[in-house]
Design a protein around this ligand. Sequence first.
Ligand code: UT7
Length: 329
Amino acid sequence: MEMFNAKVTGVQGWVPDYVLTNQELETMVDTTDEWILSRTGIVERRLLKGEGKGTSDMAVEAVSRLLEKTGTSKEEVDLVVFATVTPDMVMPDTANTLCDKLGLKNAFGFDLKAACSGFIYAVTTASQFVKTGMYKKVVVVGADKMSSIIDYEDRATCIIFGDGAGAILLEPTKEETGFVDAVLKGDGSGRQYLYIKAGGSKMEITPEAIANKDHKVFQDGRPVFKAAVKGMANAIKEVLAKNGLTKDDVSWIIPHQANKRIISSVAQQLDFPMEKVTVNIHKYGNTTAATIPLCMWEWEPKFKKGDYIILTAFGGGFTCGAVLLKWGY
Ligand code: UT7
């Protein structure tokens, strides 16, 4: 079998217009702008408003622009791997809906759920299809409408999350660029700290569940915080060691945007300069599967061919990991 490298050939993001500021949150729950900013680094986040609008609607905006930007015709797309925890519906997969809405007639797609690590799991999965030569144009989406699963009376979670979408295109190349390696981890014992109790097969969304807010996100922040710093720092060290590289070989670290303090602690643990770490959490908050592609989109003009770039994430599950890329343009 002829093998290829899976090169990123384009990046695109999209965020909704509505801006939920810390000041507006002050009127909704018992919180302050000062608390939110000092504990998380978040100033504002975007929310998708509109009756009947779901995650696929944001993905349509991101992917249609990605195809236009990369000169890719709709017929050429083979596969869509869609990372999300907020699918339009429990079934069918949002990837299918996206393909239909965009007219990607020759593509198939599936959703991939790994909480905030969804995008790095999806990039790793999608890259394997490209490396084997099985598919040539693969779109990886990370998109979440977190506002649909957040309790806006819970100050511990509603200040953190936002809505957004990002997407990348992966294509085969014989060049030494693209997806290099990944270290992906999972620890199911962490599931007690970050979850949505109802709406799965274990507990239906009954009137009682709604009254208890069991259909909304629960998070015990402190243990997640500690595990996130350790998890991302270790995954980065491991992927570098596995590939005979050191932190000095890395041009950019693109971390999941969950908390500014988590991001700086990871950089500190690695003794890595913050100037080479992408941070946009102040603008968008935590958009779950979308944080990494939104950062890639914003920093794309700064990336140079041959740059080693690390994507790293931690999330509910616990899920965690680091992806090593060699930038191709
Ligand atoms: O992306 C998926 C993975 N998720 C994460 O990585 C998130 C990880 N966790 C975090 O980022 C942080 O733990 C939070 C931002 C969620 C919370 O920050 P913290 O510094 O860990 O605060 P805490 O939960 O320990 O709460 C400290 C205090 C508590 O009051 P007492 O018990 O000390 O009196 C909370 O009740 O702050 C209180 N508090 C708030 N006060 C004002 C919690 N939320 C708020 C709020 N405004 N919004």
